[in-house]
Design a binder for this molecule. Structure first.
Ligand SMILES: C[S@@+](CC[C@H](N)C(=O)[O-])C[C@H]1O[C@@H](n2cnc3c(N)ncnc32)[C@H](O)[C@@H]1O
Length: 259
């Protein structure tokens, strides 16, 4: 055990040097445990109601569809869902009723005005590692949406993260045959969080890395201002509680401007 703790301490210290995080890294690292660990992480039914109430005609694009956690309740509401993800292991778990597309969200492979709405939930936008890549994504998704169609983005606001450079190591899960330790470092200047779940079982140790580059709601609006989208609504929850600047979550609705 002492050996393991020493190993983890070295990992925590070395996080700033992780360089090989690609579009598929998160999905390939978490696909086998995603539904078990995160199946209930947010309210999927409320998310689907929120989107269905704003959807125009045509298919909906879910960016970063993962295992289909949010796509399934959308389909149950009669929507046709195109689910884009960079991870083959995530898409392998999606129900067949999702029209799966394996691609990097930084290079959307869709024609103009293809979708009646788009959803980018649970911080998936922040898997793009820079403000520029997020800007590029917003430009492209504006192109893919039909005029008047909404883009719904769920993100942390960065509130409470933005003023310090912290590293932490905690215990995520303790089970009879499993211990999961969670290490994170925050770089306040770069607005990044680099994390690692260290999953220890009798089979060995599996590393599950994750990375977020957060953008505050104000910064996100500034990026959107460069596109054919405009902010029309913002809430603190999927139940439409009012958004407050000091809150930790933002659900932003942008609408594709009419031509
Ligand atoms: C946090 S999960 C969210 C999954 C699902 N939307 C949900 O809420 O359960 C983020 C998903 O985005 C995918 N992803 C991350 N970066 C991506 C990229 N650059 N292009 C396409 N998909 C990406 C991951 O593989 C993962 O499935």
């Amino acid at each position: 055990m002492i050996e393991i703790v020493g190993h983890i301490k070295r990992l925590a210290v070395g996080f700033g040097t992780m360089t090989s995080f690609g579009p598929e890294t998160y999905g390939e690292s978490f696909a086998d445990v995603y539904d078990q660990w995160y199946g209930q992480i947010t309210d999927a039914e409320a998310t689907a109601d929120f989107l269905a109430n704003r959807h125009r005609s045509g298919p909906v694009l879910e960016v970063g569809v993962g295992t289909g956690r949010l796509a399934q309740p959308l389909i149950q509401r009669g929507m046709v869902v195109v689910g884009l993800d960079a991870s083959a292991s995530m898409l392998a778990q999606c129900p067949r009723s999702v029209h799966a597309v394996r691609a990097d969200m930084a290079a959307l492979p869709f024609a103009a005005s293809s979708f009646g709405s788009a959803l980018c939930a649970f911080n998936t936008l922040f898997n793009l590692p820079s403000a520029q890549s997020q800007q590029d994504f917003l430009n492209q998704i504006a192109h893919c949406l039909a005029p008047g169609a909404p883009l719904v983005i769920e993100t942390i606001t960065g509130h409470g993260l933005g003023s310090s450079n912290d590293s932490s190591l905690g215990v995520s899960r303790v089970e009879v045959d499993r211990l999961v330790l969670s290490a994170t470092t925050v770089d306040a200047d770069a607005q990044t969080i680099t994390g690692q779940h260290v999953d220890i079982t009798s089979c060995g140790i599996k590393m599950r890395p994750w990375f977020l580059r957060w953008t505050t709601p104000t910064q996100l609006d500034e990026l959107v201002d460069q596109t054919r989208l405009q902010l029309v609504e913002r809430y603190a929850t999927w139940a439409q509680d009012p958004f407050e600047a000091s809150g930790e979550l933002a659900i932003s609705v942008y609408e594709r401007l009419k031509d």
